[in-house]
Write a protein that binds this ligand. Structure first.
Ligand SMILES: [Zn+2]
Length: 413
């Protein structure tokens, strides 16, 4: 796993102001905003990474317009959503994706058709205020569809960071400074529904397993390079986890001894060399050195402007240095995934996130090639590498589906 490539070992030190722009309050993106029909309180994902918007393939998509009405009439019934809810027959499932920067909640009928959705910015603050906000978003969601709390069968919530799946406790919510928050208990005491809480990447992989790129897999491993690198595994229909804690922290596999410092405090973790943030930092250096004229034109050296779409454009426009940076990151990922193939023999490896979705061919090609080369002969043909299909909706849909499955399994016992 050791990598001695000097270009990869000197990650730019990010000035706090840049990091804040990258990770902090959202910027305005009119096109995305229109697509999401956001109100002033609802802003797009700051990462701008996964704004797949209307083309996202979601099973049984709601016809357009539900979000629009919801924004202008906060907490008031949205006629289109009400009509869909009436047609659905009255049993609902709630999915919730609690992100560090945005919250997305979706109401589904019992066939996984979308009734309505709400998307809001995540506010900083203590856990108590955060939980209150989650509960009020779900209440608003129900009001939009004129649904009663008793009509909700299940609530599934995906949350960044380590989670105790069995007890629905968020050990530590990344970017939210939450500690040991009993979210399942809070949801179940507010709503007469079964609630399940899981890690957001696990939720995303479960979503892909149920409805997307990993349907029918025996063992699906998902890896999503973003600000960090999230990972998850669905094994035989269950989210793989430890006792009292989620697992598959793929981003923190050490791939370089004495490599760049990671957000977790260790050095040389995979996400310090292959995350979108690491790639953007290398790309900024490349622009600074005058090696990437297209990217200089598109974004300059400001890290917060070097986003997935821009990187893809620069590569398409012929910035060879940038292409090489992305390919090397994908190769690092492929080599790290070889370790996972040896451990779990997944039949499907799903790659997702904005950067992968902006350059799917390049990522699949490099990851597949390096991973195959690095595994033992017998494992070479056991896995397929696929690109995630659900975009922004994978975690919200996966969380909802996970809660529904848990409820069914309980009912059968
Ligand atoms: Zn780490």
């Amino acid at each position: 796993m050791k990598n001695t490539d000097p270009a990869q070992t000197t990650l730019l030190r990010l000035p706090a102001v840049l990091l804040n722009r990258l990770l902090g309050p959202p910027l305005e993106f009119p096109a995305i905003k229109d697509a999401m029909n956001s109100s002033s309180e609802q802003q797009p994902d700051t990462s701008g990474e996964s704004a797949r918007g209307p083309e996202a393939k979601v099973p049984g998509p709601a016809e357009g317009g539900s979000a629009a009405a919801s924004d202008e009439t906060r907490g008031v019934a949205d006629s289109a959503a009400v009509a869909r809810a009436a047609a659905a027959g009255g049993r609902y499932r709630v999915g919730f994706d609690l992100g560090g920067t945005k919250m997305l909640s979706v109401l589904y009928d019992d066939q996984w058709n979308e009734i309505t959705r709400r998307r809001k910015r995540t506010k900083s603050g203590d856990a108590k205020a955060g939980v209150k906000r989650i509960l009020s978003i779900i209440e608003d969601l129900l009001k939009q569809a004129e649904a009663k709390p008793e009509q909700v069968e299940t609530i599934g919530l995906g949350c960044p960071g380590p989670v105790d799946l069995a007890n629905g406790v968020v050990h530590e919510a990344v970017n939210l400074s939450w500690q040991d928050v009993k979210l399942k208990r809070a949801l179940e005491s507010e709503f007469p529904a079964r609630a399940e809480v899981l890690n957001d990447v696990d939720a995303g992989v479960f979503g892909e397993y149920r409805f997307g790129a990993a349907m029918g897999a025996r063992t699906a491993v998902g890896v999503f390079p973003g600000t960090g690198i999230g990972g998850g595994c669905v094994y035989d229909g269950q989210v793989l986890c430890g006792k009292g804690i989620s697992c598959m922290e793929v981003g923190h596999i050490q791939v370089q001894i004495d490599g760049p410092r990671c957000g977790c405090g260790a050095y040389g973790c995979l996400e310090t060399v292959a995350s979108r943030l690491a790639i953007s930092a290398e790309a900024a250096k490349s622009v600074y050195r005058g090696e990437a004229p297209a990217l200089r034109e598109l974004a300059g050296t400001d890290l917060s402007d070097i986003r997935s779409g821009v990187i893809a454009k620069a590569v398409a426009a012929g910035d060879v240095a940038i292409e090489e940076i992305v390919r090397r990151a994908a190769q690092q990922l492929g080599r790290a995934l070889a370790g996972i193939v040896h451990l779990l023999a997944p039949d499907v490896l799903v790659l997702g996130g904005g950067l992968v979705e902006a350059m799917p061919k390049l990522w699949v090609e490099e990851v597949e090639r390096t991973c195959r080369k690095a595994v033992m002969q017998s494992y070479r043909d056991v896995f397929k590498v696929r690109v995630a299909k659900l975009g922004d909706d994978s975690a919200v849909l996966g969380a909802a589906a996970w809660a529904h499955q848990a409820n069914n399994q309980k009912a059968r016992k």
